[in-house]
Design a protein around this ligand. Structure first.
Ligand code: FES
Ligand code: FE2
Length: 358
């Protein structure tokens, strides 16, 4: 008996990724006025470019005719001309011109376009089928609270599942064992049990300690760089893969917070490229030496190099050794500092299951 396709139950493909979220697609600075910028996000090929008025556009980077990447094509004003048979698409993904036959445009000649928001130095993309939920794009305003010479942005890429990066930032107990002089706590942090903060689909962890001399990234900005200082670091995760981190130190009798300490506000953001590779952005705004462009460039490079040279080899090697992206299925040994990252993993799993159940 033949079953017609229309009689089959229509099931939505299950995603391994959380879709109902704003992901970073690119740094604003990375998509120039003329560029046709290709990037794979959540396993979807995406073309990013800017209209002549500067507004960013995201289209599925696949021509609906014979599936060539549109990013290999040319611009015609705000439209994109496919490099293969020259069908032309506008910024909404609608085919506007065919040089073939009568020039009639097939109704199916439509490319998917994705909603974007440009904010805080990033282009954020909504990849879910549903209408975008703007309440899910949080405020990272501290990145913009100061001069441009007091903030740095960098892009990194690694061959590992994105949740391994969340683990790495939510569990900072590795800093004394992995990192060199600039961010070691000289053994003070890893014995501490982090204080947890659980919100509505958010998880935070905080550590407070004393060290002599103070942490390398802050010591020279304290009154006495060789003398003991009180420190704090706090990480706060929110969906899908965004972690705000604040760190500070003081030698005065003041509350341990960024308002009173020498410190910085950082944002770690990841977007899966595939199940096994991740785009990773790091941005940092400091509250000291804010007008020094040369120091700014030095600082973001030093942080970038620390992640790439010290964290990434371990994360990539662990990912390969796991041979699965389902970390918890391996029954990992858990230590005190795992409370926050494991809670994040459980929320991510729950949110993905909820999406797939709808
Ligand atoms: S593949 Fe794009 S026009 Fe043919
Ligand atoms: Fe690290």
């Amino acid at each position: 008996m033949n079953t017609h396709v229309k009689d089959m139950p229509q099931t939505k493909a299950k995603s391994h990724f959380m879709k109902r979220a704003w992901y970073v697609a690119a740094l604003s600075a990375d998509v120039g006025p003329e560029a046709l910028f290709h990037r794979r996000l959540l396993d979807i090929p995406v073309l990013l470019y800017r209209k002549q008025d500067g507004a960013p556009v995201a289209l599925h980077d696949r021509c609906p005719h014979r599936f060539v990447q549109l990013s290999a094509g040319k611009r015609n004003g705000d439209d994109i001309v496919c490099p293969y048979h020259a069908l032309e698409f506008n910024a909404a993904g609608k085919c506007t011109r065919s040089p073939h036959g009568t020039g009639a445009i097939p109704r199916a000649a439509q490319v998917r376009s994705f909603p974007l928001v440009e904010k805080h130095g990033f282009i954020w993309i909504w990849l879910a089928d549903e209408e975008p939920d703007h309440s899910l794009l949080l405020d990272y305003g501290p990145l913009e609270a100061g001069p441009p010479t007091g903030v740095g942005y960098t892009y990194m890429y690694l061959k590992a599942h994105y949740e391994m990066i969340i683990d790495n930032v939510m569990d900072l107990s590795h800093v004394d064992h992995v990192h060199g002089e600039i961010i070691t706590t000289r053994g003070q942090l890893s014995p501490l049990i982090p204080q947890l903060k659980e919100g509505d689909d958010t998880i935070g962890a905080r550590w407070e300690w004393k060290q002599t001399p103070p942490i390398g990234i802050l010591a020279n900005f304290l009154p006495e760089p060789d003398v003991e200082a009180r420190h704090f670091v706090e990480v706060n995760w929110s969906r899908p893969a965004n972690i705000q981190l604040t760190i500070g130190a003081t030698q005065d009798d003041v509350p341990l917070g960024l308002d009173h300490c020498v410190g910085q506000y950082d944002l770690h953001v990841t977007t899966p490229e595939t199940e096994t590779a991740t785009h990773y952005w790091f941005a940092t705004r400091r509250n000291h030496l804010e007008h020094d462009a040369e120091f700014n460039a030095f600082k973001i490079k030093a942080m970038h190099d620390a992640f790439v040279n010290e964290d990434f080899p371990l994360i990539e090697a662990a990912g390969q050794a796991m041979e699965t992206s389902d970390f918890l299925s391996l029954n990992p040994v858990l230590i005190s500092s795992d409370a926050a990252p494991v809670k994040v993993r459980r929320i991510v799993k729950k949110l993905i299951a909820e999406e797939n159940a709808d």
